[in-house]
Design a protein around this ligand. Structure first.
Ligand code: SF4
Length: 63
């Protein structure tokens, strides 16, 4: 599955990073950096928690 970020909605709070730091990282400028464009094997649950935990609904998954 592909991870899609709506950059206009992302405020760089890093909630997603707290759920799945292997995939999401907020850099020093407050910009979200993805280490992978797709959900890595074994991290499906963590990434789904990050998507649902994002307070601005900036994340979604696409088949
Ligand atoms: S939790 Fe949402 S708003 Fe916060 S950094 Fe992640 S994608 Fe952006």
């Amino acid at each position: 599955m592909k991870i899609v970020v709506d950059r206009a909605r992302c405020t760089g709070l890093g909630i997603c990073e707290s759920f799945a730091p292997e995939v999401f990282e907020v850099d020093d400028n407050g910009d979200l950096v993805l280490s992978s464009e797709t959900v890595p094997d074994g991290l499906e649950s963590e990434v789904e928690q990050a998507v649902t935990g994002c307070p601005t609904e900036a994340l979604r998954l696409e088949q």
